[in-house]
Design a protein around this ligand. Structure first.
Ligand code: PLP
Length: 390
């Protein structure tokens, strides 16, 4: 069975051109880029090219890019660096809807003497900037607020957030793991100090990420040891991964327009038709500005996991808004923070498209999904009622 892959916010397929670009760096050009000899030097040149390509996608300078192992490392590094830079400041601001790569380190720090403010969101997943204005003070070391949400695709007003943060002299970090490659970014004119990205979300392999650090931003490395990455991230470079990320960034730049026209049109059609064909459905974050590829829909009175399993039998891959912890099915922290009613949060499904998604695949989803929801609702007493309500 050929898969219909609409789970691109979880991870993406490596682009064939990216794969070809990285291949020679395993068995042929395997030199260490730090070596003095020509053999390492040619790898170093290719790393420089990857840094230029990554910077270009962000509208940044090459020296502002530090390669890391993943988005999680980039997020952790940014938070740690800010706290080491301002040891006298004991306050961190983040939001309730961050990815665990930010939320978990912040919550751990709250047990170690830091005050952590988690900003709330409204029913559409939007921030209240006044809440940020009243939370931030001279004791705030870092504000870490994501660019775009991985579950709903909701985009936060990052530049407005940054302007507020600058007034208090705190460091502004944004987790842009879901935004990079999907929407245009321009770091040169931005209020962002640090920005995290991850290769496997933009058609590069897993195990490579980057942290953008604005020139002049004080920085303390997380990994110390060798002098790689200008002593900002020790450890022999993941050369093939870095080269792959560079190529993926170059391609993402070229496909940005396609992402915001063709991919967005497919997402909009999927959403519109689901709402037309199936009763008692809502789009999570539908009233907010969103990424062009992401669609989170709540089917009332059904379990998201049941929908996923039945779709999976038809070859359709998506993901649910629930996390299965120790046998109990908890709705996601993002949907709970948005106040999505329990009966909807449990039946929430995220479809995340990519440039490899086709119209035919959207047609198949629209053909297979309505009978699946109908069947599941028929099996539940609340669901049976909903079938007639419309
Ligand atoms: N931040 C966001 C918003 C994400 O969606 C993810 C991955 O899902 C991460 C961080 C973590 O990235 P990585 O898997 O590269 O560690």
């Amino acid at each position: 069975m050929k898969e219909i892959y609409t789970d691109n916010n979880a991870t993406t397929r490596v682009d064939e051109a990216v794969f070809q670009e990285m291949l020679p760096y395993f068995c042929e050009l395997y030199g260490n880029p730090s070596s003095m000899h020509f053999f390492g030097g040619q790898v170093q040149k290719k790393i420089d090219e990857a840094r230029n390509r990554t910077a270009e996608l962000l509208g940044a300078q090459p020296e502002e890019i530090i390669f890391t192992s993943c988005g999680t490392e980039s997020d952790n590094t940014a938070i740690r660096s800010a706290l080491e830079t301002y040891p006298e400041r004991k306050h961190i601001i983040t939001t309730r809807v961050e990815h665990p790569a930010v939320l978990t380190p912040c919550r751990n720090l709250s047990k170690r003497g830091y005050r952590v403010t988690e900003l709330s969101v409204d029913g559409e997943g939007r921030l209240d900037l006044d809440e940020l204005r009243s939370a931030i003070d001279d004791n705030t070391a870092i504000v870490s607020i994501m660019y775009a949400n991985n579950e709903t695709g909701v985009i936060f007003p990052i530049e407005e957030v940054g302007a507020i943060v600058k007034e208090k002299g705190a460091i502004f970090h944004t987790d842009a793991v879901q935004a990079v490659g999907k929407i245009p970014l321009a770091m040169a004119d931005s209020t962002v100090d640090m920005l995290a990205l991850s290769g496997h979300k933009l058609h590069a392999p897993k195990g490579i990420g980057a942290l953008y650090v604005r020139k002049g931003t004080p920085f303390r490395p997380f990994l110390v040891g060798g002098h790689q990455e200008r002593s900002r991230r020790a450890g022999t470079e993941n050369t093939s991964g870095i080269i792959a990320l560079g190529k993926a960034c170059e391609l993402a730049g070229r496909h940005l327009e396609d992402e915001n026209t063709r991919v967005k049109a497919m997402r909009d059609r999927l959403e519109r038709e689901i709402l037309r064909l199936i009763p008692n459905v809502r789009v999570n974050g539908g009233g907010a500005q969103r990424l062009p590829n992401t669609c989170s829909v709540a089917f009332e009175f059904v379990e998201g996991e049941a929908i996923l399993l039945l779709m999976s039998e038809k070859g359709i891959c998506a993901s649910s808004g629930s996390a299965c912890t120790s046998g109990s099915l908890e709705p996601s922290h993002v949907l709970r923070a948005m106040g999505v009613p329990f009966t909807c949060a449990h039946g929430s499904i995220r479809f995340s498209l990519s440039r490899f998604t086709t119209d035919d695949e959207i047609d198949t989803i629209l053909r297979e999904l309505p009978p699946i929801i109908h069947r599941l609702r028929e099996m539940s007493p609340f669901g049976r009622e909903s079938l007639t309500k419309g």
